[in-house]
Ligand binder design. Structure first.
Ligand code: IPM
Ligand code: MG
Length: 364
């Protein structure tokens, strides 16, 4: 029997609840398909700060590097809000992304027809967008700092302490993520939208130039461009017309939350962070640690369960097990079962985290 090594990072807040749900689904789907897993739990985020004083212990990074894939719950919470910036729980995520070289972040925003009524946008019948977000460059990883400036502004005030974060992208970084975007579009509806701010930013202009150079190599893909402000409007106006969106780290962060909300609940959205072939991918729900509902049984485990399904598909090439999980989730929703975040009608049967997980397990 084939055995895969999976590093599991439960993290903080609802992270442990949703990862344990996803691990049980992985085990069960694996058993049905004749594969098994060796799970190693590691600390990262706030819980690692409590234990070791740092958000990302080297041992966690090493375990991840030695695994076939990583499953992560969520990190962060108000308890660590006063921690100095370089040691905040979120640094664990950034450290995992850069430490594992995970430059490509796939965030599918898929609307399940059963949940259309939960969307805050009227009359959205279908929506199936794949956001390809660059994940290890741009303003997140550019030069950050502070300087004192004695420059005088037009109103006569002296600038004083000045903080800066730098958006910087190289040809190599842009090229590899754009190629990913083109390839995913080829496997889907063959539309690729590059989202940028090329009317203002030099880095965006370089993205456009490279996209135009690459386009002839993908003649079956229709490439178009949108400024990010316009894109945020078009996502609300015509969400069903998008296929693949490729964009920078910061714009991808913002637009994926917007697209996610249109699907009805951020509690449904999985993600994959991938690097060069052979590197372990990291899979996590798009929602955060939701400390306000941790331990109450209200967490929706579906985003993490779908992340486990992506893990099977993208890192392990175990398509049958992956399909099985997706089908079970659809079946559970079709039968009217909901967690409270996605309940919208009187006929919905509202379940807690464990009950929802059991319903999905039954349908595998
Ligand atoms: C995300 C999150 C992270 C990000 C934070 C927690 C650092 O918002 O994964 O979208 O900004 O990338
Ligand atoms: Mg975000």
């Amino acid at each position: 029997m084939k055995t895969y090594k999976i590093a599991v990072i439960p993290g903080d807040g609802i992270g442990p609840e949703v990862t344990s749900a996803a691990v049980s689904v992985l085990k069960a789907a694996g058993e049905l398909e004749g594969i098994s897993f060796e799970f190693t739990e590691c600390d990262a985020g706030g819980c690692a700060i409590d234990k070791y004083g740092i958000p990302l212990p080297e041992a966690t990074l090493e375990t991840c590097r030695a695994s076939d894939a990583v499953l992560l719950g969520a990190v962060g919470g108000p308890r660590w809000d006063s921690v100095e910036p370089s040691k905040r729980p979120e640094r664990a995520l950034l450290g995992l992304r850069s430490g594992l070289g995970l430059y490509s972040n796939l965030r599918p925003a898929l609307m399940f027809k059963e949940l259309a009524s939960a969307s805050p946008v009227k009359n959205v019948e279908t929506m199936d967008i794949l956001i390809v977000r660059e994940l290890t460059g741009g303003i997140y990883f550019g030069k950050h700092g502070r300087a004192d400036s004695s420059e005088v502004l037009s109103d006569g005030s002296v600038k004083g302490v000045t903080a800066y974060d730098t958006e910087e992208y190289s040809t190599a970084e842009i090229t590899r993520i754009l190629k990913e975007g083109f390839r995913y579009a080829q496997g889907r509806s063959k539309k690729l939208t590059l989202v940028d701010k090329a009317n203002v930013l030099e880095s965006s202009r370089l993205w456009r130039e490279i996209a135009a150079e690459l386009a002839p190599s993908y003649p079956d893909v229709v490439l178009d461009y949108l400024y990010v402000d316009n894109c945020s409007m078009q996502l609300i106006h015509r969400p069903s017309t998008f296929d693949v969106i490729v964009t920078s780290n910061m714009f991808g962060d913002i637009l994926s939350d917007e697209a996610g909300m249109i699907t009805g609940s951020i509690g449904m959205l999985p993600s994959a962070s991938l690097g060069a072939p052979g590197t372990p991918g990291m899979y996590e729900p798009v929602h955060g640690s939701a400390p306000d509902i941790a331990g109450t049984g209200k967490a929706n485990p579906i985003a993490t369960i779908l992340s486990a399904s992506m893990l099977l598909r993208w890192s392990l090439c175990e398509t049958a097990a992956s399909d099985r999980i997706e089908k079970a989730v659809r079946g559970t929703l079709a039968d009217g079962f909901r967690t409270c975040d996605i309940a919208s009608s009187d006929s919905d049967i509202v379940l807690d985290t464990e009950q929802m997980t059991s319903k999905i397990l039954e349908r595998l």
